[in-house]
Design a protein around this ligand. Structure first.
Ligand code: NAP
Length: 272
């Protein structure tokens, strides 16, 4: 079926207004869902919707992304207006924002575009982390505040804020182990070791990293998810600088897991 292939990523391919109604077989009547992706939940959701025609959109930040089931398009839309135009020309019935909790710009664009195109929006956001007994957390509003706290908290830092977050620490006088999927670009701290890796990470592996590099402070975004690094830090009594999430657009229908997203999509489909 043309809308359920697993091949290489395709460039945006605006459909003609007749594409929706002339498709062959059951896809002709399946609601069209655009998933804004880049997360494991987005991939899982794309593989959980046999009753829908699914397109996943990726920003194109990583050179070899893990591809979800269904159709994939890669690259920006050109702001909220571009996304709204895509929703219209592709006859999208529901938009799912399953992007990372820190991808605030695309989430804002999704809310605006869904509103102007009259397309229902579901936001799929995994819950953030909660401090537990034994944790020594310092919550901060952003990366800049995290950088300003560091010299007091430790001098061998495990930085897990992703490639784009490393620049905020360029002027901090400390040694950094930074983990990211893609190599970071300047500006970067002078004393930096880069570890290119992609999760999920095991507790045993995180323990080895902390001990092997004599880490004395961990910096993390409040991304949510398994969080083995937080367990390892807790066990070692290490301080954690935890960067708060940006706010979610207030108007969206928010769900916290893939099963809830499937349920909501099914409800919207049945109400058509
Ligand atoms: P962002 O700052 O919110 O978005 C910047 C621009 O990138 C957007 O305005 C949009 O360009 C484009 N874009 C972002 N996500 C897109 C998507 N799924 N499909 C098409 N275009 C997209 O985003 P970011 O923080 O750089 O994150 C980029 C991607 O990486 C997201 O999809 C996110 O899920 C994933 N990710 C982010 C993080 C993180 O910590 N931020 C971590 C893991 C994964 P146009 O305005 O031109 O449409």
């Amino acid at each position: 079926m043309p809308d359920q292939h697993n091949g290489p990523p395709t460039a945006p391919n605006p459909a003609s207004p007749t594409d929706k109604t002339t498709a062959d077989g059951p896809s002709a009547s399946r609601p069209r869902v655009l998933i804004l992706g880049g997360t494991s939940e987005a991939r899982e959701l794309a593989g959980s919707l046999p009753a829908f025609a699914v397109i996943t959109s990726l920003a194109g930040r990583t050179s070899s992304p893990l591809l979800p089931a269904g159709e994939v398009r890669i690259g920006g839309f050109g702001g909220a207006d571009g996304l709204a135009a895509y929703l219209r020309t592709q006859h999208i019935d529901v938009l799912v924002d399953a992007t990372h909790p820190f991808a605030a710009t695309i989430s804002g664009n999704a809310a605006e575009a869904a509103g102007s195109a009259g397309v229902p929006l579901i936001v799929l956001r995994r819950p953030g982390w909660t401090e537990q007994a034994g944790d020594v957390w310092h919550r901060v509003r952003d990366l800049r505040e995290a950088a300003s706290l560091l010299p007091q908290l430790g001098h061998r830092v495990f930085l897990t804020t992703g490639r784009q977050g490393i620049a905020a620490f360029a002027e901090v006088d400390a040694w950094f182990l930074a983990r990211s999927v893609e190599p970071p670009e300047p500006p970067m701290p002078g004393r930096l070791e880069v570890l290119l890796d992609r999760g999920p990470f095991t507790l045993a592996g995180e323990r080895r990293l902390l001990a092997g590099h004599r880490i004395d402070v961990l910096v993390s975004k409040d991304s949510g998810g398994p969080g083995a690094k937080l367990v390892a830090a807790r066990e070692s009594g290490l301080p954690v600088v935890m960067v708060d999430r940006p706010p979610t657009p207030a108007t969206a229908h928010t769900v916290v897991c893939v099963a809830e997203a499937v349920e909501r999509l099914t409800t919207l489909r049945d109400a058509r």
